[in-house]
Design a protein around this ligand. Structure first.
Ligand SMILES: [Zn+2]
Length: 264
């Protein structure tokens, strides 16, 4: 097999992406709906987000919960079951490898509420839209607990204050969790890999252009063009499952010399 070395024109997009990202000391990977969709977890935001003819906005919202908490919980229990029966795919497992076998530091953040990244071995995942398997107090008294066995907690009242309990997901109209945003800010990334994300959620949506403007490498993996495709250094047109294993393979080449041979 011929390995294309120096000429810029002969480098494939994925090699170019790897060469750029290899320079990042603190690489942020931001996964969107496309990352989980590859594992068979349906996205519910945007087009087609219906369940039993109810719009997802009417389920994943404070108004919806106040009007029909049982129905909202039925939906979330079904989502928990769907996720529990899904398996992490090769792209998610590749992110775990990247975290363990690269020279820089990798922080993985996601707008998915599922636990597939953790089950793939990714550590310290930042959940920007909350956690599907947490049940917490709907009156915000601060009580919260993991509820991933049999949904038992979802059927009870808050043990601390007696109010209703709700899923740990972030609903439409709610701000992103401060702690998650603070962790990204403290990480201070100098490179960004967007995976299956259209990056429309404020304030995270400002991050790609901020980094581009500071001369940091930004790469996206997405089967379709996104609002920031024109600004990023490389757009890899494909799904997370198709693209991530090959990209991570280049980024985790055993030796610096091997890496240099393959991507420079
Ligand atoms: Zn409470």
């Amino acid at each position: 097999m011929t390995i294309h070395c120096h000429p810029e024109l002969e480098r494939s997009p994925i090699q170019t992406a790897a060469r750029l990202l290899a320079d990042a000391k603190r690489l942020l990977v931001l996964g969107g709906a496309g990352l989980s969709a590859d594992a068979g977890v349906p996205t519910f935001r945007g087009e087609g987000g219906y369940w039993r003819s109810v719009r997802s906005e009417d389920l994943a919202s404070r108004d919806g919960f106040d009007k029909a908490p049982e129905m909202v919980w039925d939906w979330y229990r079904e989502r928990r079951l769907t996720v529990a029966n899904a398996q992490p795919h090769a792209g998610q497992r590749a992110l775990s490898l990247l975290q363990r076998h690269t020279q820089g530091t990798i922080l993985v953040a996601t707008t998915n509420e599922d636990d597939l990244l953790e089950r793939a071995g990714v550590t310290d995942v930042v959940h920007l839209h909350g956690d599907l398997f947490t049940t917490r107090c709907a009156a915000d008294c601060g009580w919260a607990a993991r509820d991933d066995q049999d949904n038992a907690l979802s059927l009870a009242s808050c043990p601390a204050c007696g109010a209703k309990v709700r899923p740990g997901s972030i609903w439409f109209g709610e701000p992103l969790p401060r702690e998650a945003l603070d962790r990204i800010a403290a990480f201070d990334p100098d490179g960004l890999l967007l995976v299956g994300s259209s990056c429309l959620v404020k304030p995270v949506s400002d991050l790609p252009l901020d980094l581009v403007n500071h001369g940091c490498p930004v790469v996206e993996i997405n089967p379709e063009a996104t609002p920031i495709s024109d600004y990023v250094a490389v757009s890899l047109r494909g799904t997370a499952k198709q693209m991530l294993p090959a990209l991570v393979d280049l980024l985790t080449s055993c030796t610096v010399r091997d890496q240099a041979r393959r991507i420079t």
